[in-house]
Design a protein around this ligand. Structure first.
Ligand SMILES: Cc1cc2nc3c(=O)[nH]c(=O)nc-3n(C[C@H](O)[C@H](O)[C@H](O)COP(=O)(O)O)c2cc1C
Length: 192
């Protein structure tokens, strides 16, 4: 009997050590995980929306659309007209178009990918509204964009100036048909 109890005790100790040392399985979007990722995007004509959705799916991130309080009509987007809404907004660095949507709890995200089209060689003014709407202190912000041909340029530097307590990376411009594999490889490099 004593021998049986002795063997039982040894088994309990071994199982205890095994349970204590086993690796903890956590997905990238585990609610208790400090490394939750958000992909926040603005898209006027759908190109950036498509890239943002692929990026979120490839990285296991939550997806948030930055919805303008006043949607952009096609005339608003007419860059040939210097009086169109987008031309006027982009000509005024202090312009801050209002956003209708709100992130429920940004504190749960450590890494925030921020995407939009390139307008007039930089981030649309509504992205300036977005970056000023939340506390990004201690977070890593990674810009991405779509465009006709313009590169990412000063996108990251512009956001960094508006969110000095965040770590804003340079970011990257992608063609609309970028693959999930390319986005995942890029995102993993950025998050290291
Ligand atoms: C007002 C406005 C300004 C733009 N300025 C540029 C630009 O400077 N360089 C560029 O390559 N593309 C420019 N584009 C093209 C957009 O960046 C491109 O079509 C983008 O993929 C649109 O993304 P979306 O469908 O997510 O809105 C501009 C488009 C608009 C509407």
């Amino acid at each position: 009997m004593k021998k049986v109890l002795y063997i039982l005790a040894i088994i309990i100790v071994i199982v205890g050590i095994f349970l204590a040392l086993r690796p903890r399985v956590a997905t990238s979007n585990d609610a208790t995980n400090d490394n939750k990722i958000l992909v926040a995007y603005f898209s006027a004509t759908g190109n950036t929306k498509s890239v943002a959705s692929t990026l979120a799916a490839a990285t296991g991130a939550d997806l948030f659309e930055i919805v303008p309080e006043q949607p952009y009509t096609s005339e608003d987007l007419n860059w040939h007209n210097d009086k169109s809404r987008s031309s006027v907004e982009m000509g005024d660095r202090s312009s801050r178009p209002a956003i209708a949507s709100k992130i429920a709890d940004i504190s749960q995200y450590k890494i925030v990918f921020v995407g939009s089209p390139i307008w007039w060689g930089r981030e649309p003014s509504i992205m300036d509204t977005f970056i000023e709407s939340y506390d990004f202190a201690g977070k890593t912000v990674i810009p991405f964009a779509t465009s006709g041909s313009s590169d990412i340029g000063d996108y990251g530097a512009n956001l960094q100036a508006l969110a000095p307590n965040a770590k804003v990376l340079t970011g990257k411009r992608f063609p609309t048909n970028v693959s999930a594999t390319e986005l995942k490889t890029w995102a993993d490099e950025q998050m290291q």
